[in-house]
Design a protein around this ligand. Structure first.
Ligand code: UDP
Ligand code: MG
Length: 319
């Protein structure tokens, strides 16, 4: 009998753990698979870990990995996927925004021989503000323009991965991870299905505006070097432009008697513009250098503080 692992990163989700496990039980107990729920406590400050432990007492299929601090959702996901033993691994949020009953649909496509079944937010839904919709649209436009993969607008971390895809993902030893992109990148037979997110059950979304901006920039840069090409292009364009501008200055001086000293406003404007442009380009290059630096340090992406299972080969033994 095949096994399904459900990996759930949780950061300050104390009131959502119990309801989520209940819902998951309703869905998975009716399938023909073994299953395990792997909660990854991503440095929660509230009672999340205790709630998970209580569930682990009740249900033997509840497992957990406690990280030593908050490492961010993608790293928490990575920690969960790393220890998951299932023939299929499902990832989902802990806040019930990813409807558990859709797991049946994910499994159905998996049984139809799809290797990746991922979801994206259906366009019209009441639980997303127009500002959120706009910013997410801009993000996906940006990342699609800057990288070689095509991500659907509103693509979610709610997906099913076949074991062979999981093994490929585990091979990718990257410091900056952006799962939504990596899953697309590995290829295999993928199926996208829309979902309508529910309202977050309790608590607040963990991401602030600045976190989101940082996440967006990091995701784009971790995924492609196209921004480097883009700024090189801009630099090239302006150097060509200035190559044309210099003869113009000389010609106007020698033949028409203009002196360049008369337009200081335009000089200041040009200097300011190019100064800014150079700093920007340097900044982009510096950011990539920083990423290389972080990658070169080879630090782990997460640190486990405690867990209730050990792994031997491909089998998990509950402690
Ligand atoms: N999450 C996490 N670490 C973090 C932030 C969030 O593990 O640093 C988890 C969170 O508990 C939830 C999921 O990631 O299960 C999605 O987070 P959230 O609901 O805050 O984001 P959104 O719904 O806006 O994508
Ligand atoms: Mg959420």
């Amino acid at each position: 009998m095949k096994r399904i692992s459900v990996v759930i990163p949780a950061h300050n989700e104390q009131n959502n753990i119990h309801p989520l496990v209940n819902e998951l039980q309703k869905v998975l107990a009716s399938t023909d698979y073994f299953y395990e729920y792997i909660f990854v406590d991503d440095g929660s400050k509230d009672n999340t870990l205790n709630e998970i432990k209580i569930q682990a007492e009740i249900h033997s299929c509840v497992r957990y990995v406690e990280l030593s601090r908050n490492f961010g959702k993608d790293h928490a996901l990575q920690a969960g996927i790393e220890v998951a033993a299932g023939d299929a691994v499902i990832t989902m949020d802990a806040d019930m925004q990813h409807p558990p009953e859709m797991i049946k649909e994910l499994i159905r496509y998996w049984e139809m021989d799809y290797d990746v079944v991922y979801t994206y937010r259906a366009e019209a839904n009441a639980h997303v503000s127009s500002y959120q919709r706009f910013s997410s649209k801009m993000f996906y436009k940006g990342i699609n323009m800057l990288s070689d993969i095509e991500l659907e607008n509103g693509i979610a971390d709610f997906r099913l991965l076949d074991r062979k895809v999981v093994d490929e993902l585990k091979q990718m030893d990257e410091h900056e991870i952006f799962f939504r992109g990596m899953v697309k990148w590995v290829g295999f037979k993928q199926k996208a299905i829309p979902y309508i997110p529910s309202e977050r059950l309790t608590g607040d979304a963990s991401y602030s505006f600045f976190n989101l901006v940082k996440l967006a920039v990091n995701s784009m840069m971790s995924f492609s070097v196209r921004p480097l090409y883009a700024v090189t292009g801009i630099g090239l364009f302006f150097s060509l432009f200035s190559v044309l501008y210099i003869p113009y200055v000389f010609i106007s001086y020698f033949f028409f008697g203009y002196t360049t000293a008369s337009g200081w406003a335009s000089i200041i404007a040009t200097v300011a513009f190019f100064g800014g442009l150079q700093l920007f380009v340097l900044g982009v290059i510096g950011m990539y250098l920083g990423k290389l630096f972080m990658q070169a340090k080879q630090r782990p992406n997460y640190i486990i503080r405690s867990t209730n299972f050990v792994k031997t080969g491909n089998d998990l033994i509950k402690l």
